[in-house]
Design a binder for this molecule. Structure first.
Ligand SMILES: Nc1ncnc2c1ncn2[C@@H]1O[C@H](COP(=O)(O)OP(=O)(O)OP(=O)(O)O)[C@@H](O)[C@H]1O
Ligand SMILES: [Mg+2]
Length: 130
């Protein structure tokens, strides 16, 4: 588990996830997808939650990685619209990170309320080319 309270914590989390993906023999493409998704979700904690958060990750056997990103912040407003691909502009970015992260992962569940946000994402090992 890594506590996310600064950009440096995001780097620390990503380095650990990279090592886990490597140890499970994930392809570089899958590893990049996981890294981008985790970067976006953890950056959202810093940009939007109004508080700090955590990221946890674990192997699912030898074929998958489960990532949990959680904060006790203000929750995601207009989640429906965001997931439908409507850009919900903020001062902080383009409004594409959350949906992008969802598309990069194989399973993606979001639980958000005024008490905070918990996202559980899974990536399964794909075929390895080259
Ligand atoms: N952890 C969170 N807590 C509260 N609100 C969030 C959280 N994550 C996302 N949001 C809300 O969802 C919106 C969409 O997030 P998304 O990552 O897609 O876009 P963005 O962060 O605004 O821009 P980008 O990621 O493209 O830089 C954000 O603008 C913010 O309002
Ligand atoms: Mg974002």
């Amino acid at each position: 588990m890594v506590v996310i309270k600064s950009e440096n914590d995001i780097r620390i989390a990503i380095n650990s996830i990279r090592l886990l993906a490597k140890s499970l023999d994930f392809s570089n493409v899958d590893m990049q997808k996981i890294i981008v998704a985790v970067s976006e979700l953890t950056q959202n904690i810093l940009d939007h939650s109004g508080t700090i958060g955590i990221v946890k990750f674990e192997a699912i056997g030898t074929r998958g990685i489960r990532i949990v990103v959680e904060d006790r912040g203000k929750g995601i407003d207009q989640l429906e619209r965001i997931l439908q691909g409507h850009k919900v502009y903020s001062q902080k970015g383009l409004g594409l990170g959350l949906l992008g992260a969802k598309r990069l992962m194989d399973e993606f569940t979001i639980d958000t309320s005024k008490e905070g946000t918990k996202i559980i994402a899974v990536k399964w090992k794909g075929k390895k080319f080259g």
